[in-house]
Every structure is written in C-alpha cells, then in structure tokens.
Design a protein around this ligand. Structure first.
Ligand SMILES: Nc1ncnc2c1ncn2[C@@H]1O[C@H](COP(=O)(O)OP(=O)(O)O)[C@@H](O)[C@H]1O
Ligand SMILES: [Mg+2]
Length: 327
C-alpha cells in the first residue's frame, strides 16, 4: 500500500457565490521513503497542494488516502497521529520560528508534548542528537540562541530539527531554500537528502526552479504543474532529458537560459506564445495551456480536456498530442 494516494483532488477558494477552482483533478501516489519534486511557476497551486498533503488545508473534492485511510474522515487520536506524521517546512524561516523562544525549547517542546520526555538530561541528549542531524554543530553554540541571532539557513535547520522531533513519515518542503543565500542552498539540500537516507522519510519537494528540482530529485520523481493541474509526471531523468509536454519543454528551455545547471541537449529551444498568462478565474477551455501552446491544434486542444495518460516509458502526460501513444 502506498503511503499517500491522491485521486481527483480539487480545491476551491472563495464564497458560495464567487468560487475559484485552484486545483483540478490532481492524482498522485507517494511511496514510503520516496521523493517527488513538484515544479511550476508561481501561483500554479503548489503550496495549496502541499498544505492539503500536510493536513493543513481541506480539499473540496476527490480522495486523499494516507496508509489507505481517507484523511477527511480521520478524527480524534487518528487525526492527531496523522498530523504528527506529516509535516511541512515553510518558505519563510523568518516567520516560522517563535522569536522569544530559545532553540533548545523549540525542539524540546514537541519532545515533551508528543513523546512525554520530561527529564532534562534525556531532553538535552535528544535535542543534541537532532541538532547534529541537521548540521547545527557544535550543538552547544545553538542550544540557547534566539532566532534573531541565526541566519536564514540556520533557522531552516532549526525548523527541520523541530519537525524531526516528531518522527514524521512524510515532509512537505515548500521552497525551503528560496530565502536563503545561494551559497548555502546546496548544503541545506544535502542535509535534507542525508536525513532521508538515515530516517527514510518521504518528501514532497516544492520549487519554482526546475534546476533546483532536478538536483534534489535526481534519481527520483518529478511532477510539473500548470494552472492547478498536473501536466507531466515521471522519473526526473526522463522529464529533464526528453520532456514531452509543451509546458515542460518550455520551462526546461527557460531554466537552461537562466542557470546553465541543466546541460544542453539536442532538444531545440521551445518557447510558449507571448500571451497573458490566464488566471484561475478564467481557465481556458480544453487544454489549459492551449492559448500559449505553439503546437495547439484549433478545434481540438481548445475544446477537449486532455486527461493524464501513462505513456509506454512510464511517465504520465496530459496533452492531446500524445493521444494514441498510451501504454
Ligand atoms: N487562502 C486562499 N484564499 C484564496 N485564494 C488562495 C488562497 N491560497 C492560495 N490562493 C490562490 O491559489 C492560487 C495558487 O496559490 P499557491 O498554491 O500559493 O501557488 P504557488 O505555491 O504555486 O505559488 C493563487 O491564485 C492564490 O492566489
Ligand atoms: Mg508557494
């Protein structure tokens, strides 16, 4: 049984009279210890999906099974257990820590609350272990610090240690390095990978930066989102070496131009048409990309909604160009 199974997840915001659908029919399976990286431009619904996965937000439709149990039906002790096992690292490390609390207490509190640890010696040993795990060493330099004395990267490490105190099975990592100095980014990502190797937690890694996603999800899975929908999903190497969806091709071209991290392939430059990016209030008919897609076929792509189909190489893609290529 997969750890997580989403089927047809929908999310609407707004009042009864003015509703906006932000997630449309999202399907996703995450196994124990797996990493899946979600990439998409700002506002496409990544954080919304991450919050649903972390139990911080409700869904308006579809099904979310955690170890086979529908999350919206969990109550009491089952709900509390779920809420400790799924955790989220937020984007802004300057907002997520209590400014008036020392690092020791930030990590000791969840240990007291969830594990009933009381003895100072025991708490000290466990907080030390967790600080070491996230690379805040020597640990005694950090125990009595307040957030104001920590850098962005160190704050994120404290957030991670606090989460690890709960022994989570699944962690949503939401643009966790975007507010950190570029020079420290890779080191924080290595720490996250290292933690996964040791503890076996699964990650849902959110980024708008395809190059960063490729680095973090190397050898793992990647999922590309556009306007609240999954457009392509599969092995990271497959998606970045031979993208099939026009949107994946376009963001790959853009990422190559920006960073040089992604190697040049024989693939030619692929650019979307320079029209305004549609909003959720006005999602195009048919394929949501069709007004921007250079390969749009009038009478088909603007009419028919492409479902997500699995191709022979195992990836899933939502594009009418590949109708008939399914496995
Ligand atoms: N609480 C909310 N109420 C209303 N609209 C929201 C709320 N949260 C997010 N949205 C809208 O949902 C869309 C997706 O947002 P978000 O999930 O934050 O995107 P991303 O993380 O990919 O940048 C945006 O149009 C945003 O304005
Ligand atoms: Mg976001």
């Amino acid at each position: 049984m997969p750890l997580i199974e989403l089927k047809g997840i929908e999310k609407e915001f707004g009042s009864a009279r003015n509703r906006t659908k932000v997630l449309r029919s999202v399907d996703l399976t995450i196994d124990r210890g797996q990493t899946i990286c979600v990439v998409g431009e700002s506002g496409c619904g990544k954080t919304t999906l991450g919050k649903i996965l972390a139990g911080l937000s409700t869904y308006s439709g579809g099904s979310y099974l955690f170890e086979g149990k529908e999350v919206s039906q969990l109550r009491g002790a089952d709900w509390n257990r779920f809420r400790t096992r799924v955790q989220m690292i937020h984007q802004n490390p300057y907002e997520s820590l209590n400014p008036s609390m020392m690092v020791f207490d930030m990590i000791a509190n969840p240990l007291r609350r969830h594990k009933g640890m009381r003895k100072t010696g025991e708490l000290y040993a466990e907080v030390s272990r967790l600080l070491e795990l996230v690379g805040l060493v020597p640990v005694d330099d950090f125990m009595d610090k307040y957030p104001a004395f920590l850098s962005g990267g160190q704050r994120q490490r404290v957030s991670i240690a606090r989460i690890l105190a709960l022994d989570p099975d699944f962690i949503v990592v939401d643009e966790a390095t975007s507010m950190i100095d570029t020079s420290l980014r890779i080191s924080l990502l290595s720490t996250l990978k290292d933690i996964q190797d040791r503890l076996g937690c699964a990650y849902f890694f959110i980024t708008h930066d395809l190059a960063l996603g490729k680095y973090f999800a190397a050898g793992k899975k990647m999922m590309i989102m556009y306007l609240g929908q999954v457009v392509e999903e599969g092995d990271t190497s497959l998606l970045v070496s031979s993208p099939r969806h026009p949107y994946t091709k376009a963001i790959l071209t853009a990422a190559r131009g920006n960073t040089g991290i992604l190697e040049q392939t024989a693939e030619e430059r692929y650019e979307l048409l320079g029209v305004d990016i549609p909003s959720f209030a006005n999602i195009p008919s048919g394929c949501p990309l069709h007004p921007r897609c250079p390969q749009c076929r009038k009478g088909l792509c603007d009419v028919e909604h492409p479902g997500l189909v699995r191709l022979k190489d195992g990836r899933r893609v939502s594009c009418l160009l590949y109708n008939g290529e399914e496995e």
